[in-house]
Design a protein around this ligand. Structure first.
Ligand code: C2E
Ligand code: MG
Ligand code: MG
Length: 723
């Protein structure tokens, strides 16, 4: 259809053509309307997006400015105003950006704009601005808009905080590196991750030698593990610890340092690092004090040590001499401390010593000196003594304090006992050495007479002491001089009356001392270390006997109870036993005490098992006098229990002893052990034991220990009797 029609043309149209025309017009109109609507919507969209852009621009966290190449500002958003002018109300339009800059920054800005005007499409620069004395750092990122014809658009980013943090870090790094104090940083596992120069110059260790290692590489060994446990406890609890410690330089030199340790936690409260800062204090007053402390005080208990004790005693004796006054020296030794230490461990042993030190201190006056000489030995110097009884009272007070104050440890409590010897000035001695010796001898006497007691020194003790020394000298030569021999005590089957075995008992006949009681020379040998050669001699004597008595078909027992286990293992004793014994001899049984078994549980096992493999059997001697614990007995390859004679003696009169003996027998039976009663002297005892089901017995009722020939006679007599 043509685009326009004249009225005459319209008139010439047919009705149908006109209707068609109208329809076309209507369609056209609708199209127009639709186009209009779209246009309107596009305009609205544009408006909205412009608005959105304006909002974004306005609210952006980054500052935006529009400016020209001269730095004249045309438009800003809020953040830009805030960054540049610090006042929201200020209108920055028409102002020059340079006016906000320090002179240096102005030059920078000038060069930045120059680069853009020379044709760069975009460029950055950092500017230092100052606002009323406060310096801020901005990063400018400028772009040319509309191909260089239009203005520039600049984003302003605030770098102030970042710069400050960076420079703080740099500062910290410089401080760390150049600090006069040694610094080490460890991770949560206490592995060193960083050290500074002073660390190296103080300790001698370079970075590569310590990274990844633990700070204990510096340990001097002068502090107990308690010290460190306590230190770490404080750090974990309070976040820090500070104090003086002794460390070891790489060259081995020990030096004092003042150390503070802090722990660093993350947001969850988990420890991430430890930082230790220390300085070397050798040469300082502290070091002198510490050296003095170390030289004169005991680290564990804080008491004066032996050196200071002797020093004080010397001074006190001089004063006594001048003023004509008296003095007592108490020498105290804890009873069975070694057992506690071995059985409960050294930690508890240490605690027990601290406990004892405090207890003793509480029993004496301020003016009296309590010292720890070493191990479990303590001394007390009692000044201004008027009567000897005063010393006895103090000793009693101390013993009583131990009696009524149990020592508590994790896992139990324990009543500690002690033995005290008392030496008096001027009665017993008038110089330090002698007084100490007297108190020491008296202490041994207290131990001898049953422990948990005190004793004054008496002259006859000194005589005893000298006798002991002389006897020791003789005992040393006893083997060489053929003064030793073995006697044999028969062991009888209670059911049949047959001789099942014999216990070899050692005898020493000395030209000077006559027949010496084993109760005297065996303990003497134990204390002086002579027990090992004696045991070796005993063993070969018994082996020889076992070979010559092989036809008797009896078991020979030998006592190893007197030995310290250390001697047993170190002297190759088990190896010797094994090499000397052959299958054609009488079977051999080793008698050990519970104490020996108990003390060295782990190490003994191996030796015992070796012996067992050869058919050598093991008996527990003097059973009932030690721990008498079933549970540990089960751990050992034991064959026999020997009930100590002290329980046998009164089985007829004392229901307690009867009960103990009966229990031991029952216990042995459940464990499938042979049970032998020692020291059977009466028919009554014999009957009781037999009724209880005891297997065998030894004792004067049957026979005392016999010389070899006597034993052989006794054997054939019995043998004929029973066959
Ligand atoms: P033990 O091993 O318990 O030996 C038993 C002790 O009881 C022996 O004393 C023995 O003579 C004594 N005895 C035997 N029957 C009776 C009795 O019916 N009544 C009384 N009251 N006593 C009786 P002995 O020979 O004086 O030995 C004492 C301790 O010396 C022994 O006790 C043992 O521990 C130790 N001993 C003896 N010989 C040796 C040895 O060769 N080596 C080691 N290491 N210790 C030995
Ligand atoms: Mg025995
Ligand atoms: Mg015995």
């Amino acid at each position: 259809m043509p685009a326009t029609l004249t009225s005459s043309e319209i008139k010439g149209l047919s009705e149908q053509e006109i209707r068609h025309l109208i329809h076309e017009l209507q369609v056209h109109q609708i199209e127009l309307q639709t186009q209009n609507e779209e246009l309107r919507r596009a305009q609205e969209d544009l408006r909205l997006s412009e608005q959105r852009y304006r909002d974004l621009f306005e609210q952006a966290p980054v500052g935006y400015i529009v400016l020209d190449y001269e730095g004249v500002i045309y438009q800003t958003n809020r953040r830009a105003v805030e960054l540049l002018a610090r006042e929201m109300t200020t209108d920055l339009r028409k102002r020059v950006l340079h006016s906000f800059c320090t002179p240096d920054a102005g030059d920078q800005l000038y060069r930045h704009l120059r680069r853009l005007s020379k044709g760069l499409d975009q460029d950055r620069c950092e500017l230092n601005l100052s606002h009323r004395g406060e310096e801020i750092v901005l990063l400018l990122e400028t772009k040319r808009v509309a191909g260089g014809e239009g203005p520039l658009r600049t984003a302003l980013i605030d770098l102030t905080e970042q710069k400050r943090a960076e420079s703080n870090l740099q500062l910290a790094a410089i401080v760390f590196e150049h600090a006069a104090e040694g610094i080490m940083v460890t991770d949560a596992e206490q592995k060193i991750i960083s050290i500074n120069r002073a660390f190296t110059s103080i300790t001698g260790y370079d970075t590569h030698e310590v990274i990844g290692r633990k700070p204990d590489l510096l340990s001097s060994g002068r502090h107990s593990h308690w010290f460190f446990q306590e230190m770490w406890r404080k750090i974990r609890q309070h976040g820090r610890w500070e104090g003086e410690i002794w460390n070891n330089r790489k060259n081995g030199e020990v030096y004092p340092e003042h150390l503070s340790i802090i722990c660093i936690r993350n947001n969850d409260g988990r420890i991430t690092h430890y930082v230790g800062v220390f300085y070397d204090t050798s040469g300082q007053e502290f070091a002198r004090r510490q050296l003095h402390r170390l030289a004169y005080y005991d680290e564990l208990t804080g008491l004066p040590n032996r050196a200071l004790c002797l020093d004080r005693l010397e001074t006190a004796l001089k004063r006594c001499h001048r003023e004509g006054t008296g003095l007592a020296l108490l020498f105290l030794d804890l009873d069975r401390f070694k057992h506690v230490n071995d059985a409960l461990g050294h930690n508890i042993g240490d605690k027990l010593l601290e406990f004892s030190a405090n207890l003793i201190r509480q029993c004496v006056r301020e003016s009296d000196t309590v010292s720890r000489l070493g191990g479990d030995e303590f001394t007390v110097i009692l000044n201004d003594l008027e009567r000897h009884e005063e010393a006895a009272l103090v000793a009693e007070k101390i013993l009583n304090a131990f009696r009524i104050t149990p020592f508590h440890y994790t896992g139990g409590e324990l009543v500690v006992a002690a033995s005290i010897g008392i030496g008096l000035y001027p009665r017993d001695a008038d110089n330090v050495d002698n007084l100490l010796r007297c108190a020491d001898i008296a202490m041994y006497r207290a131990k001898d007479t049953g422990r948990n007691d005190y004793q004054f020194y008496a002259d006859e003790m000194s005589a005893r002491f000298e006798t002991r020394l002389a006897m020791e000298t003789d005992l040393r030569r006893a083997e060489e001089n053929r003064e030793l021999r073995m006697v044999y005590q028969p062991c009888i089957d209670l059911e049949t009356g047959r001789i099942m075995g014999a216990e070899a008992l050692m005898r020493w006949r000395s030209p000077r001392w006559g027949e010496v009681d084993p109760a005297v020379f065996i303990p003497l040998a134990e204390e002086t270390g002579l027990i090992t050669p004696l045991a070796q001699w005993g063993l070969s004597a018994v082996s020889t006997q076992a070979a010559s008595w092989s036809a008797l078909g009896i078991r020979l027992s030998i006592n190893l109870s007197g030995l310290k286990l250390k001697q047993l293992l170190e002297g190759d004793l088990f190896a010797r036993i094994i090499s000397q014994w052959s299958g054609s001899m009488c079977p051999i049984e080793l008698e050990l005490t519970e104490t020996v078994l108990m003390e060295y549980r782990e190490r003994l096992d191996e030796g015992l098992n070796n012996a067992k493999q050869l058919g050598i059997t093991i008996a527990v001697d003097d059973f009932g006098t030690g721990y008498s614990s079933l549970s540990y007995l089960k751990q050992f390859p034991i064959d026999c229990l020997k009930i100590d004679s002290s329980f046998v003696r009164d089985v007829e009169q004392d229901p307690n002893d009867a009960a103990i003996a009966a229990t031991i027998i029952a216990m042995a039976r459940t464990l499938d052990l042979r049970v032998v009663a020692e020291g059977v002297e009466t028919d009554g005892q014999h009957r009781f034991l037999k009724e209880q089901g005891c297997d065998e017995a030894q004792g004067f009722l049957f026979s005392p220990p016999l010389e070899v020939e006597e034993f052989e006679r006794f054997f054939s007599a019995r043998h004929q009797q029973s066959s």
